[in-house]
Design a protein around this ligand. Structure first.
Ligand SMILES: [Mg+2]
Length: 357
C-alpha cells in the first residue's frame, strides 16, 4: 500500500483514492459509556463482546462526503485526519462527488477492508450501509464518524460526537442492528437499498426536497429538517396510495407512510418512539390526509420528542410494508430520495455490525 498525504477537496471534487498508513486496530478498548437507549434488553441483544474477526483487523476504509452538513464536513475532516494519523490508523480513503458515490465506494472497499467508515451524516451512512450489504461481503463491519446535518443513526448506536466515534474506531465493540431492505424503481429500473433509520412515502419526500443546502446552512442541524417539513406542509396535497402491511391493506389518500427501524430521524425528530433498532420489527406510521394545521401540530409533537397523536394516524409494528400509487410517488430513505413507488420495505434482522464506543 502506498503512503500518501491527505488533501482537502472542495465539495464536489473527487480526487483519486488515497491511503495513509501505520496503525493497528486491535488496540485495547478505551472506556466509553454506552449511550444507546433503544436496543432490546437481554443477553441476546448484547453484541459487544470481543470478536476475533475484529481484534485481528488491519485495514479501515473511510468514505468521506465533503458536501455533508452543507460543506462543513470537509473542514472537520481536515482536523480529523491529523488525529487519525497521530493514532496511527491505516486506511484507504475515498471522497464522494455526488449521490450514489458512497454506495459504489463501499461496495469496492468491502472487498479489501475489514471496516468501512462513513464520514458524513445520515445520508452518507445510509449509502455506505447499502454498499456494504449489496457487496455480499460476509459479516461486514460499519464505522461511523458523524459529521452531517442529521446524525440520528450514529446517536442511536451510542456515537454522539467525534470523540466517541474515535473511541469506537480504536476499539473492537460492535452492535448488530437490523436494516430495512427497500425495493423501488427509477424509470422502470429496479433500485435496491438498505436503510438504517427509515423508509417513507408521502410528505417525507417533499420535506427532503424543501430541505435545501441553503436551508441546512442557514438553520443548522436542529432546525433544517423541521423547516423543510414546514415548507412542504404549506404546499403538499396528500395523494392516493395502496398500503399493505403484513397482509393488511388500506387504499386511501395518505399524508405519510413511514417505516422506521430507528427511533429518530431528521436531526432528532422522534418519528417512532417505540422503535428498537435490533428487535427484528419495523415501526410503521400511516397517516391519512389531514389538514395543514393538524399536520403542523404533528410536526410540533415529533420535534418536541412527543408521541404523535391523531385519530387519522395509525402506529403499529410490521415486518413488511408495500406502497403503490398512480402516478408513482417518491420513496425516501434515511434522508435521501432513492426512487419511486411501487415500493417494498421489509426488515432484515441482524443485518449489519456497527463499531460502537
Ligand atoms: Mg425495530
Amino acid at each position: 500500500m502506498n503512503t500518501l498525504e491527505f488533501n482537502n477537496p472542495a465539495p464536489g471534487h473527487n480526487p483519486p483514492p488515497q491511503t495513509y498508513a501505520g496503525f493497528g486496530l486491535g488496540a485495547a478498548r478505551m472506556g466509553g459509556e454506552d449511550q444507546s437507549r433503544k436496543f432490546a434488553e437481554g443477553p441476546s441483544a448484547d453484541h459487544t463482546t470481543n470478536q476475533p474477526g475484529i481484534t485481528m483487523l488491519k485495514q479501515i476504509g473511510f468514505i468521506i462526503n465533503p458536501a455533508a452538513a452543507a460543506g462543513r464536513c470537509s473542514a472537520q475532516w481536515a482536523e480529523l485526519q491529523n488525529r487519525f494519523r497521530q493514532d496511527g490508523i491505516q486506511a484507504e480513503v475515498r471522497f464522494t462527488a455526488g449521490p450514489g458515490d458512497a454506495v459504489r465506494c463501499a461496495q469496492a472497499l468491502a472487498r479489501e477492508c475489514d471496516v468501512v467508515v462513513a464520514v458524513g451524516g445520515d445520508g452518507t451512512l445510509f449509502e455506505v450501509a447499502s454498499g456494504l450489504l449489496l457487496s455480499g461481503a460476509p459479516n461486514p463491519v460499519l464505522g461511523v464518524v458523524p459529521l452531517g446535518t442529521g446524525n440520528d443513526a450514529a446517536r442511536q448506536c451510542g456515537i454522539n460526537d467525534i470523540t466517541q466515534a474515535c473511541l469506537a474506531l480504536q476499539g473492537n465493540r460492535t452492535r448488530t442492528v437490523d436494516a430495512i431492505r427497500i425495493r423501488c424503481q427509477v424509470g422502470g429500473t429496479p433500485v435496491l437499498r438498505y436503510a438504517l433509520l427509515f423508509g417513507a412515502v408521502g410528505i417525507a419526500g417533499e420535506s427532503l426536497n424543501r430541505t435545501t443546502p441553503l436551508v441546512k446552512r442557514v438553520f443548522g442541524q436542529r432546525l433544517a429538517y423541521p423547516v423543510g417539513a414546514l415548507r412542504a406542509i404549506w404546499t403538499y396535497r396528500a395523494p392516493r396510495m395502496r398500503v399493505t402491511a403484513d397482509g393488511r391493506t388500506w387504499e386511501k389518500r395518505f399524508l405519510l407512510v413511514c417505516v422506521s427501524n430507528g427511533e429518530m430521524a431528521g436531526g432528532g425528530m422522534r418519528l417512532a418512539p417505540d422503535a428498537c433498532i435490533d428487535d427484528g420489527l419495523l415501526d410503521v406510521n400511516v397517516c391519512e390526509a389531514i389538514g395543514r394545521w393538524a399536520t403542523i401540530a404533528l410536526l410540533w409533537q415529533v420535534c418536541r420528542g412527543r408521541r404523535m397523536s391523531h385519530s387519522k394516524l395509525r402506529y403499529f409494528s410490521a415486518r413488511s410494508v408495500t406502497v403503490e400509487a398512480d402516478p408513482p410517488l417518491a420513496v425516501a430513505a434515511d434522508g435521501e430520495l432513492i426512487g419511486y413507488t411501487p415500493g417494498q420495505l421489509e426488515v432484515v434482522p441482524q443485518a449489519l455490525r456497527i463499531l460502537i464506543p
